[in-house]
Design a protein. Structure first.
Lengths: 300, 523
């Protein structure tokens, strides 16, 4: 498996691939991933120009470990194959496929990637895939999409198109997306891939954004697509385990390892009943804390 | 002759100006000199009428003549109407070879360009120039020299007699018929008249121009009647919306917020951040955001600012209002909140000389712990350029930059690594306006560099592990790595302006720009 498949992706920031001012240095804001967009942000007549700047950015710019995802144009357009060629040749870490509705969509992109990796001498399997679900059909097909490819690291909700398909609008309450969110996170967890929430576009409503992130964090999402670097610190703050959670997780891991060696199955930590079922969760908290830079192995 | 910041100052410029080259910040520390004084005329007759009917009459009564120097203040900022009003009258009178000695000039004064071209104005002394006057100077249209000096340097030049003002024109938001001027009230409320105080003390003639004549006595006067020869009432002296530009909305630009955060981290992790510390900052988005971040930490740690200085904004005045700053010392108001704040008894007006004149017995800037500044360019020697654009065009002003940078214990310059496609951190600045020896910390969006001369600050920041520390050379290399190393701007031979150091020595010269020639065409 590509070791990057499970990497930390709390914040995935969209950037217009055609804007040098944006794509030259987004790493200073420390997002986990950037999504260099060839699709909606780029006008029809500018697609080739955007690919040109994308390719050179991927080749020339040191993104300091930030994951570089490329959003290609939809599979119903004439652009997507060349988009994939450009992304793979440039050395993108992953491709975000828009408007995915079935497993075969991903298969089709995967085949294109394989041939491009071959064409440009890129290490086979290097280029990962994520699928954006933007319709009722896509959301309902979440399970098969999650299982469509070994390269697929996650699925993401695209709220704008999805709510249009539902014949409603984004209300700010989240009610209209509740079903999709719940369905997608369940499908993702059932299949072992990651799950990402849609963008929040009202940059004047930072409180609303915070509530939105708190909601999806509680629901179990791995991260959120974002549209402005201002949103990054809020996402990271909410996703970064609090010191008390880290301390508790450490105790749980330590106790479970010690008690299970002694043959004890159920015990208490800080007054809470704990058994082996808590082990993975506690380990995940420590991993997240480590990746967030607030915890080093062995620290208490 | 090469000066202390490595700039070659042509001998002919030293001859024409009678100046020395810059020899370091403390070259004139403690040097004795005699201050100059004005020619003056007592008024004993109690029937004497200071009111004149228009600017023309004022000019005639003040003996306006070819080759004279007229002075102006810039408290009305981009809303100033005084400079153009007076110069148009001088132009109509056909006077030539005028030197303008202004505390600053901006886009409000674009109308002076034809007067530069026809020889009405032949020399300019200012903190800097923006807009079309900058272009006119840089393209060689000014027959004499443009002298760019800091706010403190201007007071020094006038009080030492190096700049002799024949007529000072003082725009006064309110004034009475005997010349008591106040910066506050009226239609063109600018709060303070700090830059004009030295003009009123040293000019041979002093004319107050107001659009709000008030009954005698207009007290307490910021410039008193004892300094004023004539009072002229006109319809309008300034455009209010362009004077105090209103409370700026806090920036939402994450890049600026990032730099503001780094800046605050530097301040709170260096030894002077303790109860009673002193602080000055500018009006840029990052500077204001930094003040707001700083206020949060001051509250958390219960640290109060002893005094804040400067051109003031809402963010600083809010500290006073909230009891987080004990005293504000004010030389200029950038927004209406700052003007309103003057009602607070601990918000004091100070004259530019008290603020920053290097040749008095100690200016306020010497008592600063921190100053947060901006810069167009910073080089690997920490020299700053705040006057000449990277395209070679004069486009900015020194203001109090060199004064506060020298005075403060910890001088922080906030500067994005790249200005569009131009690397702002570079090997050599286009023009040196503030010497590197005054600059302690450079904050960029890519990291923070500390002047190696300030190991104390470097050690404090290393110990705190609060900001990404880089060397200035590393920052330069990152910038060049992204946008490449630019070709040097190509200048002509003629020197069109000099950058004066605070003490009157020459920091650098500005040459005429010429159209860029590609190497192929040169070879």
């Amino acid at each position: 498996m590509n070791p990057n498949k499970k990497r930390l992706r709390r914040s995935m920031m969209f950037l217009n691939a055609q804007k040098p001012g944006l794509i030259k240095d987004p790493y200073i804001y420390k997002p986990d991933s950037i999504i260099l967009d060839l699709e909606d942000a780029v006008a029809m007549k500018e697609k080739d120009a955007a690919r040109y700047s994308l390719f050179h950015a991927l080749r020339e710019i040191d993104y300091h470990g930030v994951e570089r995802v490329v959003r290609i144009n939809g599979l119903d357009t004439e652009f997507w194959v060349e988009d994939v060629r450009c992304a793979v040749a440039g050395g993108a870490d992953a491709i975000r496929v828009p408007k995915v509705e079935r497993a075969s969509d991903i298969k089709m992109v995967e085949n294109a990637i394989i041939s491009c990796e071959n064409e440009f001498g890129v290490e086979p399997g290097r280029t990962l895939i994520m699928a954006a679900l933007e319709s009722a059909r896509g959301v309902l097909a979440a399970m098969e999409i999650c299982e469509s490819s070994e390269r697929l690291f996650g699925i993401a909700l695209s709220g704008g198109d999805y709510t249009k398909d539902l014949q409603t609008v984004i209300s700010g309450t989240g009610i209209e997306m509740m079903g999709a969110r719940q369905h997608m996170i369940i499908a993702a967890r059932a299949t072992g891939v990651q799950c990402f929430d849609t963008v929040f576009t009202n940059l004047d409503d930072m409180e609303g954004f915070r509530k939105d992130v708190e909601t999806i964090h509680t629901m179990g999402f791995d991260g959120k697509s974002i549209v402005n670097p201002r949103q990054i610190p809020i996402v990271h703050e909410i996703y970064t385990p609090k010191p008390k959670d880290i301390i508790f997780a450490q105790k749980v891991v330590k106790e479970i390892e010690e008690k299970s060696a002694q043959g004890i199955g159920v015990f208490t930590v800080d007054g809470k009943m704990i058994d082996i079922a808590f082990y993975d969760g506690a380990k995940r908290t420590l991993e997240l804390a480590k990746a967030s830079g607030v915890y080093k192995e062995g620290e208490l | 002759m090469i000066n202390a910041v490595g700039r070659d100052i042509p001998e002919e410029i030293l001859e024409i100006t009678g100046k020395e080259v810059f020899q370091g910040n403390f070259y004139k520390d403690g040097v004795e000199f005699a201050e100059a004084g004005p020619v003056t005329r007592p008024v004993m007759n109690n029937h004497h009428n200071k009111l004149v009917k228009d600017i023309h009459e004022a000019l005639v009564k003040c003996n306006a003549h070819d080759g004279m120097t007229v002075s102006f203040h810039h408290h009305f900022r981009e809303g100033d109407l005084i400079v153009c009003m007076v110069m148009e009258e001088i132009h109509k009178m056909g006077l030539k070879d005028i030197t303008i000695c202004a505390s600053s000039l901006g886009k409000a004064h674009d109308a002076l360009v034809p007067m530069i071209e026809d020889g009405t104005i032949t020399n300019i002394e200012s903190s800097g120039v923006r807009g079309k006057i900058g272009e006119a100077i840089s393209t060689g249209k000014l027959k004499g020299l443009a002298t760019m000096r800091s706010h403190g340097g201007r007071v020094r030049a006038i009080t030492t007699g190096e700049s002799k003002i024949d007529i000072a024109f003082i725009g006064a938001p309110t004034c009475d018929d005997y010349g008591n001027c106040r910066g506050i009230g009226g239609k063109a409320d600018c709060g303070v008249l700090s830059y004009a105080v030295v003009d009123s003390n040293q000019a041979h003639y002093c004319v107050a121009i107001t659009d709000c004549l008030v009954p005698f006595p207009n007290f307490p006067a910021h410039i008193p009647m004892t300094k004023i020869d004539y009072v002229c009432v006109v319809d309008e002296i300034g455009v209010p919306s362009k004077i105090a530009t209103g409370a700026a909305k806090p920036t939402t630009d994450q890049r600026k917020l990032l730099m503001a955060q780094y800046c605050t981290d530097v301040v709170v992790n260096t030894p002077w951040f303790k109860d009673g510390f002193s602080y000055q900052t500018g009006v840029g988005g990052a500077s204001i955001a930094s003040t707001i971040y700083l206020a949060e930490i001051m509250r958390e740690r219960n640290i109060k600012m002893g005094f804040g200085v400067g051109g003031l904004t809402k963010a600083m005045c809010q500290l006073l209002e909230d009891g987080m700053a004990r005293v504000l010392l004010d030389t200029q108001d950038f927004d209406l909140d700052a003007v309103r704040s003057l009602k607070n008894p601990n918000h004091h007006r100070i004259a530019a000389g008290l603020y920053a004149n290097p040749m008095n017995k100690g200016a306020v800037v010497n008592k600063l712990d921190y100053v947060v500044l901006a810069s167009l360019e910073v080089d690997i020697h920490f020299n700053c350029n705040v006057v000449v654009g990277s395209d070679g065009m004069i486009t900015g002003a020194q203001g109090g930059h060199p004064d506060t940078a020298q005075g403060a214990k910890c001088t922080i310059v906030i500067c994005p690594l790249l200005q569009g496609r131009i690397p702002a951190i570079c090997t050599d600045v286009t023009t040196v306006t503030t010497p590197g020896e005054s600059i302690d910390v450079v904050v960029t969006d890519y990291g923070v560099a500390v002047n190696p001369a300030r190991q104390d600050i470097l050690e404090a920041l290393k110990a705190a592990d609060c900001v990404p520390l880089k060397t200035i050379e590393e920052l330069r290399d990152i910038a060049y790595g992204i946008v490449g190393e630019p070709e040097r701007v190509q200048f002509g031979e003629r020197v069109v302006g000099i950058i004066e150091a605070r003490d009157g020595t020459i920091m650098d010269v500005v040459r005429e720009i010429k159209p860029f020639e590609f190497r192929e065409s040169i070879n």
